[in-house]
Design a protein around this ligand. Structure first.
Ligand SMILES: *[C@@H]1O[C@H](CO)[C@@H](O)[C@H](O)[C@H]1NC(C)=O
Ligand SMILES: *[C@@H]1O[C@H](CO)[C@@H](O)[C@H](O)[C@H]1NC(C)=O
Ligand SMILES: *[C@@H]1O[C@H](CO)[C@@H](O)[C@H](O)[C@H]1NC(C)=O
Ligand SMILES: *[C@@H]1O[C@H](CO)[C@@H](O)[C@H](O)[C@H]1NC(C)=O
Length: 601
């Protein structure tokens, strides 16, 4: 590129702007809205909607991209890859949604002159001809970190910060937007969406790599070194049935931005060259059948209804993968009519179907414990009345002094400690639980050798749905529901703290879909106020294997177990990545279950 610069500077005239000047060293072009003439560039790629130019006069500033998208289907028909052209047009910043970043484009292209043809076009190899993508931070505007609270304190489109491509992920991708690049040795870190868009990492330095080949989110690191592969420029289609860890080889395409993310639009569709295995081993330990080793599993089984087509697969996983745990914390159990909004709230058919099916297949008899919500008051799929529930093996554990609570009964910690309702919900009228699941507290005893009862709290906090993308305009990105989750964490933690006030050695297990990461405010609050410790910490699970969910580029943990100090010793704990490793069609739920074993004697 630098040679072209010297060669053609004279031809194009002194007044023409370079592509680097048009892009500038910030997110928004300094020439936004202005008409520019005789911009010179090498055509690096063409699609039916437009074409991509690379500057013939590269500057020495890594922050100013040498690439530019020229938008216009008629103009695209007049150029060929390898042409060096001059073009005039209007510099425009485009986005299809106010939560996205802008893409700099040259629109209404006119007066295209082909200066020469047949020039060699070499993609920039990412990490070799460019910096390596930064591995932890996204934006200089992320005050308090990517998940800092409050969110949406500033906007990239307004602050328009100077690009620091060595330091911040968004700045890095912006600094090469419009360029033709090659990603060497690409592995999928996510699972494609219905359009075949898939997140990958290249052969540059990455952090958080898990054993399956994905990248796990850790504290302060949500993997800005990854990039989405979007719609191919030649209108071919990416596969939609690939999965985390599949190997795609080298991918060449142009850097763009659309639908909330920087992306590489490949010249043609990608194909997996080697596939990862989705086969996960079953849990490596089983129950001891007594207080010496009680197995406890946690599973968000995704809108489970009596007629769910995935119910038999959930049964299969519980039996063959989780090895029929003694106590199961379930989330997203729907009422007997599933998502039909018909006033039905009871889930006795849903839970009986599950229990009967488990018995038929394994001969293991389960019982269930739950408290019905009020119709349409707990959020989730409209009409589904999702709730948390326990399945348990009555031959191994039993409710201790059961006293069924109702939808509106607020559970209380009584001297002992004992529960007023067993099972019962925590403070159902509290504003923290509007349109959300109320935690279900229960008190249990191991049938064999269980002198000391233990307490469980099954949670499903309010969802993150509607959050803005990690590559979005709002900084820190909008983490929807974070304030409500903090309130929920406080109310739940206060209840647990009361149990531990009565008996500081009480056995307490709180588990479920917290819809939040441990490093973010709600769960920091929860740990501090409840006095519980996250089981990943207690069991010393390797940082990169702590995940139960796959979202965008991240293998991440939304589901957790927290335990009181008394039950940390000789614990076993495994995350069962039965679903995150699968392709879209073969996942049974959108969450992975986890299994633990505790000595509760
Ligand atoms: C295109 O070329 C014509 C004829 O030379 C000129 O009048 C016009 O101003 C040019 N348009 C732009 C946008 O440069
Ligand atoms: C973020 O804040 C802006 C005001 O700066 C507001 O217009 C916008 O609605 C907020 N976005 C979200 C998703 O809350
Ligand atoms: C990888 O899996 C896909 C389905 O996702 C299949 O079409 C393809 O043939 C497999 N490729 C290899 C190399 O095994
Ligand atoms: C569910 O509860 C209703 C009402 O109590 C009862 O009539 C029905 O038999 C129950 N069904 C099952 C499968 O337990």
């Amino acid at each position: 590129m630098k040679t072209f610069g010297a060669l053609f500077a004279v031809i194009s005239g002194a007044t023409a702007l370079s592509i680097a000047e048009i892009n500038g060293n910030r997110f928004i072009s300094p020439y936004n809205g202005q008409t520019v003439t005789n911009v010179e560039g090498l055509v690096t790629a063409v699609s039916s909607a437009g074409f991509y130019l690379r500057s013939t006069k590269a500057d020495r500033d890594a922050a100013t991209s040498e690439g530019l998208y020229v938008y216009g289907s008629n103009a695209a028909k007049t150029v060929t890859v390898g042409d060096i052209i001059t073009v005039s047009g209007k510099v425009s910043e485009y986005r299809s949604n106010v939560d996205y970043l802008y893409l700099t484009e040259l629109t209404s292209p006119q007066n295209i002159t082909i200066v020469s043809s047949g020039a060699k076009v070499k993609p920039l190899v990412i990490g070799k001809d460019t910096y390596s993508p930064p591995t932890s931070k996204f934006s200089s505007l992320d005050e308090g970190g990517l998940f800092g609270v409050p969110n949406n304190v500033s906007r990239i489109s307004v602050a328009n910060p100077k690009l620091q491509p060595k330091k911040y992920g968004l700045d890095f991708w912006e600094s090469i937007v419009g360029e033709l690049v090659t990603i060497k040795e690409a592995y999928g870190v996510g699972r494609p969406n219905q359009y075949g868009d898939v997140w990958v990492r290249g052969n540059w330095k990455v952090t958080g790599k898990n054993k399956q080949g994905g990248l796990t989110m850790t504290d302060g690191d949500a993997n800005p070194e990854t990039i989405i592969i979007g719609t191919p420029l030649d209108a071919s289609k990416n596969p939609t049935d690939t999965k985390m860890g599949d190997y795609y080889g080298d991918i060449t395409g142009v850097v763009s931005y659309a639908f909330g993310f920087y992306r590489v639009l490949p010249l043609t569709h990608i194909t997996p060259e080697r596939n990862s295995s989705a086969a996960h081993p079953p849990v490596s330990f089983t129950s001891k059948g007594s207080c010496k080793g009680i197995t406890v599993a946690d599973y968000n089984a995704e809108n489970l209804a009596p007629t769910s087509t995935h119910l038999p697969q959930v049964v299969d996983q519980i039996i063959n993968m989780l090895k029929t745990p003694d106590l199961l914390f379930l989330q997203e159990v729907q009422d007997n009519s599933g998502s039909k909004n018909d006033g039905v709230v009871s889930a006795n058919v849903t839970l009986t179907t599950l229990v009967d099916s488990l018995f038929e297949t394994s001969g293991v008899q389960y019982a269930f414990a739950e408290v019905e919500p009020e119709n349409l008051k707990d959020g989730g799929q409209p009409g589904g009345n999702i709730r948390v529930a326990y399945l348990y093996r009555p031959d191994v554990v039993e409710l201790y002094k059961p006293n069924q609570g109702g939808s509106n009964d607020a559970n209380e910690v009584l001297p002992g400690p004992l529960l007023k309702y067993n099972p019962g919900r925590i403070d159902p009228a509290n504003a923290a639980w509007v349109d959300s699941r109320k935690p279900l507290v229960a008190m249990w005893r191991a049938v064999k050798g269980g002198k000391k009862p233990f307490f469980t709290v099954n949670v499903h906090f309010t969802s993150k749905g509607g959050s803005t993308s990690l590559h979005g305009d709002a900084r820190p990105p909008v983490n929807l529901g974070v304030d409500q989750r903090t309130m929920q964490a406080e109310v739940t933690a206060d209840f647990i703290a009361q149990i531990l006030e009565e008996d500081k050695k009480a056995y307490v297990i709180a588990a479920g879909d917290f819809n939040e990461f441990v490093q973010v405010q709600p769960l920091q609050t929860f740990a501090k106020k409840s006095g519980l410790t996250e089981l990943d910490e207690v069991a010393k699970i390797s940082m990169n294997e702590r995940y139960t969910y796959l979202f965008d580029m991240n293998s991440e943990a939304l589901d957790h177990m927290y335990v009181s100090k008394g039950i940390g010793k000789s614990v076993k704990y495994e995350h069962m990545n039965l679903n995150t490793w699968q392709n879209y069609d073969d996942q049974v739920s959108d969450h992975d279950p986890s299994v633990a074993r505790f000595d509760l004697c």
